[in-house]
Design a protein around this ligand. Structure first.
Ligand code: HEC
Length: 110
């Protein structure tokens, strides 16, 4: 009886420490939540686009399908980005955001 109560306490302590969790163990790591388009643009596009390296793409109502195709394929000096870098959900949101975006006066063309 004594030993059993002790192991129950131990299990409780491990649970509290997060060592044992109730969540089922899954072979696949769940996909991280999609990042907002502004964040993807700032991190992945904005260091070329609008920075004298690549054409300004904000405020031009570029069709979303075109942006998605160019991002996946790449175009001349622009590298392609894989779904592991920008998920499909992030790319779709980015393309729609870009199409609706206003020009940023701080950005400059090539
Ligand atoms: C390494 C620099 C670089 C990065 C990073 C980059 N691009 Fe580009 N992008 C370019 C260049 C250079 C061009 C012009 C390609 C050409 O000569 O046709 C271009 C072209 C484009 C065009 C077509 C513009 C036009 O006027 O026809 C779109 C749309 C575009 N990029 C979107 C994106 C998006 C969205 C991202 C971020 C996910 C991104 N790019 C990241 C360099 C870059």
């Amino acid at each position: 009886m004594h030993g059993r109560a002790g192991s129950v306490r131990l299990a409780g302590a491990l649970f509290a420490l997060g060592v044992v969790s109730g969540a089922p163990v899954s072979a696949e790591t769940p996909a991280p939540p999609p990042r907002p388009p502004e964040a993807v643009y700032a991190k992945t596009c904005g260091y070329c686009h609008g920075q004298h390296v690549a054409p300004v793409i904000r405020g031009r109502a570029i069709p979303a399908e075109m942006t998605q195709a160019i991002v996946r394929r790449g175009q001349r000096a622009m590298p392609a980005f894989r779904p592991t870098e920008i998920s499909n959900a992030e790319l779709k949101a980015l393309a729609l955001w870009l199409k609706a975006s206003k020009a940023d006066p701080k950005e400059h063309d090539q």
